[in-house]
Design a protein around this ligand. Structure first.
Ligand code: ASP
Length: 317
């Protein structure tokens, strides 16, 4: 059934509405995934995307975003500051340049040259949260990379509120698929840290012959597995979107076990996928991941299936 739009987390519901408005009127999926995620970028209540996103360890709000369409056209921006809609900057790179990725000052300069207005992205709430974090034990250098699950257990932060990138995949009436991903990244990250969201193949991927995928969660683990690319390739080999997401989650966990210095933790990664027939699915490492699907005129928030119960210790797998 087409059109369909799927996106990550609860804020995906409003984002889906904006995307579906475009799709139901015969608009294309590239316009839909740009307009959809802009809703989350503009929303100061969303603490992990755009305006109001939580800053890095230096108190700087640095944004990553990427967009990809069915013709394998890509635009991506990395670590850009003071630009409220990095997804539209990524779209501009896709449309108007020979390049795919602009980073930092270069991305910012390109934005200003093209009419984007600089603005502070810190809100009263994000500043307050930053100051609280700065005053807490967790801001000690050796703790900065403590796993989000461990932090959540310590009740320092709500792990799921700490990193909720919006990723979106849409298929339009004509079966063309596009994807987008935009984030302020992991809260309190080292300045300059880049996660999976702007990395093609990790945070998102589209193959027009197959479909697309996007991710959220601990970006380092997704990058290691080329998560979104893996999902699209597994859909190409015949797996359903949900089966492909599950297989990618298993790969992510396996590679984490192989590479991790600290095995007694449990991180979160969640994937969404949609093929060009309009079939969709999702899967995550642990519980708590939600995704929103607008299909057949209904916009529904689902709890994702997941691989690991938090009570288990990871060596039991
Ligand atoms: N994947 C994002 C990152 O690692 C954060 C998130 O989705 O929670 O930057």
């Amino acid at each position: 059934m087409k059109p369909v739009v799927i996106s990550t987390w609860k804020h995906g519901v409003d984002a889906n509405k904006a995307a579906y408005d475009i799709l139901k009127n015969g608009g294309n999926s590239l316009d839909a995934v740009e307009s959809g995620v802009k809703i989350a970028e503009d929303d100061p209540e969303v603490l992990s995307v755009g305006y109001g996103g939580l800053p890095d360890a230096d108190g700087r709000v640095t944004l990553d975003a990427a967009i990809m369409d069915w013709k394998a056209r890509v635009g991506s921006v990395i670590c850009v500051e003071n630009i409220k809609n990095p997804i539209s900057l990524a779209r501009l790179i896709l449309e108007n340049t020979e390049h795919m990725v602009l980073a930092g000052d270069g991305a910012y300069d390109y934005a200003l040259k093209n009419g984007f207005k600089p603005e502070s992205l810190m809100t009263e709430n994000s500043l307050k949260r930053y100051k609280e974090w700065k005053a807490s034990d967790s801001s000690k250098p050796e703790e900065i990379h403590t796993d989000d699950f461990v932090l959540a257990k310590k009740k320092d932060i709500n792990a799921d509120g700490n990193h909720d990138t919006i990723g979106m995949v849409a298929v339009d009436k004509s079966g063309k698929v596009s994807a987008s991903c935009t984030t302020s990244g992991m809260a309190w990250k080292l300045h300059g840290r880049v996660g999976d969201s702007p990395i093609v193949g990790a945070g998102l991927y589209v193959d027009g012959e197959v479909g697309g995928a996007a991710s959220t969660g601990r970006g380092e683990e997704c990058i290691r597995a080329c998560g979104s690319f893996l999902i699209v390739e597994m859909m190409r080999m015949g797996l359903s979107p949900k089966e492909a997401c599950r297989a990618a989650v298993e790969r992510v966990v396996k590679l984490n076990l192989l590479s991790s210095k600290n095995r007694d933790h449990l991180f979160q990664v969640g994937f969404i996928a949609l093929n060009n027939k309009g079939e969709y699915g999702a899967f995550s490492v642990r519980s708590g991941f939600q995704y929103a699907v607008y299909s057949g005129g209904k916009n529904i928030l689902y709890d994702s299936e997941y691989l690991i119960d938090e009570e288990y210790i990871i060596e039991d797998l």
